[in-house]
Design a protein around this ligand. Sequence first.
Ligand SMILES: [Zn+2]
Length: 423
Amino acid sequence: MTPTASEFDRMWAELAPVGRGRDGGYRRFAWTREDATLREWFTAEAARRGLDVTTDRAGNQWAWWGDPDTDGPGVVTGSHLDSVPSGGAYDGPLGVVSALLAVDVLRARGWHPARPIAVASFADEEGARFGVACAGSRILTGRLPADRALGLADHDGATMAEAMRAGGHNPEQVGRDDETLRRVATFVELHVEQGRGLVDLAAPVGVASMIWPHGRWRITLDGQANHAGTTPLADRDDPMLALARLIGEVRAAAERRGALATVGKVQVEPNGVNAIPSRVTAWLDCRAADEDAVRAVLADLADVGPTEESWTGATVFDADLATRLSGVSGRTTHSPAATPRTRLTTGASTAVSGPGASGPAVPILGTGAGHDAGVLSEAGIPTAMLFVRNPTGISHSPEEHAARDDCLAGVHALADCLAELTR
Ligand SMILES: [Zn+2]
């Protein structure tokens, strides 16, 4: 077994029990006990490698190889360690583990980076607790104002400010962090693919071209609470029936407009078996390859008055950077990734020309999933993403998976990219 493989196994085994439920899914929410365990794990892994750890104003962790304040801004790689409710093991942690291993690989190669390299672990990427995805990177870049972030409340009414304080992070310092942003020249996030694009292309690793525009909306349906056993059907004002209709309408609108739309979370009041609800709140997630399609779905649902909770326009990653990294990724592993270079955006494939015939090139493809990389890209930081093949295509579920060999191919591809960016 190679040192990279055994280190991968060690780190993966250490992370495996943290926040794992009986169904095999993970509950690793921001500023919880599990989150604290993961933060300590990250700090310990950085210390093992002699990397200097800092925590920025938003609570994101950075482990530096070299000093970005004296040797210029550096190349940052990493992802997040938190999860959605009953999430998979790979979404997030694969990027952090791969980043740490890529540092090991570069050192084993005797690489002397011409500029500093950092591994980042972003806070609260999934937004599972406070409802805003990529909260750590959005606070960092000022996209999510501190007062709004700190006032967000979880299901039990605890605010983000209270949760941060309990997690050992001072909420008074929260806000856009220019000092940290100045240290970042380029960001590369490796992530398990959340779809089957790479399976179809028979490639273990790919490079991202864009993140689809996406948003979240809240829909409140009001009715009249009453007794389930004494209220005649004709006299009821039952918002649960309105929810049932709404879900069908969401699906129909998404099909009509060529979008993806999901009602994945509902809240029922009073939520009693024998009570007609007084109110049902539903959350809508909608994405598409182009913004007009999303807007059209929302227009179709205008009569239920969706309230926008978050919106992120299309993020088109730096095309030159994507092409460059596609050309070097996997150069050292000679992986079987040298399939025709393809750009996937709306499901149709279009061949794109590569930088030259020399060396393997990995496919370039789009995704409907949001990432910290998208937030940093929107903030003007040259950003790229690598995807690792997910054989099931399933994500945000215990079924999410990546083969160990593909994960290791991802580590080497990432190391190739970091070498390219620090030569
Ligand atoms: Zn993720």
